[in-house]
Design a protein around this ligand. Structure first.
Ligand code: DAT
Ligand code: MG
Length: 168
């Protein structure tokens, strides 16, 4: 009896749906290589909903705030100079369980190890030129969206096709 109750609880949690927002950046190499449209097309066709977008030059202070968790690591200085070296396309995408879905489409951190069909695999070779950023956890998504966008830049909207993408 206790076991089946546990199993039921597990099942409920594993199928839990949460509407999430995730920050996506087309990094300077992606912008320079003309891949903004390619990246947007992949998320659009997967069914995610665009909530905000801006094309911008990243300041030193924003770069440092965004990558604070990596301060002190050997690649930190290179990471900051890379992200501030040319404009980025910053976006917020929304869906049920958006964070995991977007990370899956993005691929793993090192392009050489990411799965075929992912953005990092299909367009990249090196970790220091991995084209794209995506929030890694729902809490990170919330923090990063708030860091990069003002509340009034986030557009709450529904699409006519939402019922054909989302079951609930
Ligand atoms: P991700 O971008 O997949 O979330 P991360 O948060 O661990 O990866 O690191 C942020 C960025 O830092 C990553 O996109 C590229 C760079 N980076 C991470 N690990 C690295 C490493 N071992 N050598 C060089 N750059 C690295
Ligand atoms: Mg990360």
């Amino acid at each position: 009896m206790t076991l089946s109750l546990l199993a039921m609880i597990k099942k409920i949690f594993s199928e839990e749906i949460s509407v999430e927002r995730t920050l996506v950046l087309v990094k300077p190499d992606g912008v320079q290589r003309g891949l903004i449209g390619e990246v947007i097309a992949r998320f659009e066709r997967r069914g995610l909903r665009l909530v905000a977008a801006k094309f911008m030059q990243v300041s030193q202070s924003l770069a440092e705030a965004h990558y604070a968790e990596h301060k002190g690591k050997v690649f930190y200085d290179g990471l900051i100079s890379y992200i501030t070296s040319a404009p980025v396309m910053a976006m917020v995408w929304e869906a049920n369980n958006a964070v995991a879905a977007v990370r899956q489409t993005v691929g793993s951190t090192k392009p050489a190890e990411s799965a075929p069909g992912t953005i990092r695999h299909d367009f990249g070779l090196e970790v220091g030129r991995n084209l794209i950023h995506a929030s890694d956890k729902p809490e990170t998504g919330e923090r990063e969206v708030a860091l990069w966008f003002k509340k009034e830049e986030l557009v709450d909207w529904a699409r006519d096709i939402d019922k054909w993408v989302f079951e609930k």
